[in-house]
Design a binder for this molecule. Structure first.
Ligand code: PMP
Length: 430
């Protein structure tokens, strides 16, 4: 330092030569799955198929949607109860925007806590008779925030093999050991727990109330019995069960006649029956306080905008006040599932509640079927691997309380002809 002050600084190092990206790894096109992307598009172009992803909807999507300037009957919306755009929700949201603006402009921990958050969380907790609930800004991020916060390195997370990606990632981001059991195979779960339970401190078993790809669910009463025998926390992702299952739409517990307090952790989303955006966890007060204090998605992320929270709370109120919506959805779902099965189509293990897959198998045939149906004014989304196991591509139909019987009939008629032309109809009705 003394020498530098005296003006005898060491000569500046020669500029190093520019980095040469010999392997081209800094080009984004070299990312491992980029080829897949281009290959998919090339295959679609070759077959004259339109890319089914990111299709533009030109208006509000519910029982109908506007695609390519044309109104179609829509079976690709989460709006199970037909509440999106309900004037009562729109008015509540408009009033909330007027009063609170569009953002809470801070994490709830620091400066973003508002009465609407607490009101929504109380209403959600009450659905499950739970002590408390906490809402996050995204359903997907809720699981990612919750699992690593609750589960430590001496713990085990066991998930159904068909769990939604949010729970899979939440488990991966936690330091716990992970296991899966074959879809809904509670015998396999029991065997695994008999062998492994003693090796871990806390164990979390996670299933879905209504599986988003297959439209079936677990034997909840048996899961509760296993929990009592082996000692674990039971977490249920009832994202698709709320508003869809049970006489009043309270989900899988109501459907199964199980006390919802037997489930330790209820996980759900505000984006489906509740026509808003965000996710929640409901359960014992200690668990909820723990997440509020330590879950990164709560501590380091902005709180829900008040209008978004108010949309969900108003929708939840309407779900409970108007159980006829739930009944209409259930009747529509059964009519579609039974109609499709009677045609000889494979509806998988679907319960006929909200979600009905039409199993196709091959990816290309699934995309062709989706396109032909769309040409006939029926929109249903093709679900392809890796979203589902190989060779189990399917067309997924979401039913809504606002579908009219003639719209369901139109879908069945189109399916009978187009699926028949693709050789998907079995000889004998199931
Ligand atoms: N769980 C399940 C079973 C889901 O299907 C989804 C969304 N498709 C989520 C969680 C995540 O919810 P969101 O879309 O509101 O982020």
């Amino acid at each position: 330092l003394g020498e530098m002050r005296a003006g005898t600084a060491a000569p500046a190092p020669a500029p190093s030569p520019a980095f040469v990206d010999r392997d081209g790894l800094l080009s984004f096109e070299s990312l491992p799955r980029y080829k897949e992307l281009t290959a998919q598009q090339a295959a679609a172009d070759m077959l004259g198929l339109k890319n089914p992803y990111h299709r533009l909807h030109e208006g509000r999507s519910g029982a109908t949607a506007r695609i390519d300037g044309r109104e179609v009957v829509n079976f690709a919306s989460y709006d199970y109860l037909g509440l999106n755009g309900d004037p009562r929700i729109t008015r509540a949201v408009a009033a909330a925007v007027e009063t609170w603006g569009t953002s809470v402009s801070g994490s709830r921990l620091s400066s973003g806590e508002r009465p609407a958050h607490l009101a929504l969380e109380r209403a959600l907790a009450d659905v499950y008779g739970a002590q408390d609930a906490v809402a996050f800004v995204s359903g997907h991020a809720t699981a990612i925030a919750a699992l690593p916060t609750l589960m430590g390195p001496k713990d085990l997370v066991v998930t159904d093999a068909f769990m939604h990606n949010s729970v899979v990632l939440g488990a991966q981001y936690s330091p716990a050991t992970r296991r899966t059991f074959p879809h809904n195979d509670l015998d396999a779960l029991e065997t695994m727990l008999s062998r492994e339970r003693h090796r871990f401190e806390r164990v979390l078993v996670v299933s879905e109330g209504l599986f988003s790809m297959d439209g079936d669910g677990p034997d909840l009463a048996r899961l509760v019995a296993l929990k009592e025998r082996f000692g674990f926390w039971l977490m249920i992702d009832d994202a698709h069960g709320l508003g869809v299952l049970g006489a009043t739409g309270r989900g899988i517990a109501e459907h199964a006649g199980v006390d919802p307090r037997a489930v330790d952790i209820w996980f759900g989303t505000l984006s489906k029956s509740l026509v808003s955006c965000g996710g929640y966890i409901a359960g014992p007060a200690a668990m909820v306080s723990y997440l509020k204090a330590f879950a990164p998605g709560m501590v380091y992320s902005v709180g829900l905008p008040v209008p978004v929270a108010e949309a969900a709370r108003t929708a939840l109120g309407l779900m409970l006040e108007e159980p006829e919506r739930v009944q209409r959805l259930q009747a529509n779902s059964r009519a579609f599932r039974d109609g499709a099965a009677a045609l000889g189509l494979d509806v998988g293990p679907s319960w006929g509640a909200g979600i009905v897959p039409i199993m196709v198998g091959e990816t290309i045939r699934t995309v062709i079927l989706a396109q032909r149906l769309l040409e006939r004014g029926i929109n249903a989304f093709p679900v392809l691997p890796p979203g589902v196991p190989e060779r189990s591509a399917r067309l997924r139909f979401f039913l809504s309380a606002s579908h009219r019987p003639e719209q369901i009939d139109a879908a069945l008629t189109a399916l009978a002809e187009e699926a028949g032309a693709l050789g998907l109809i079995k000889d004998r009705p199931r």
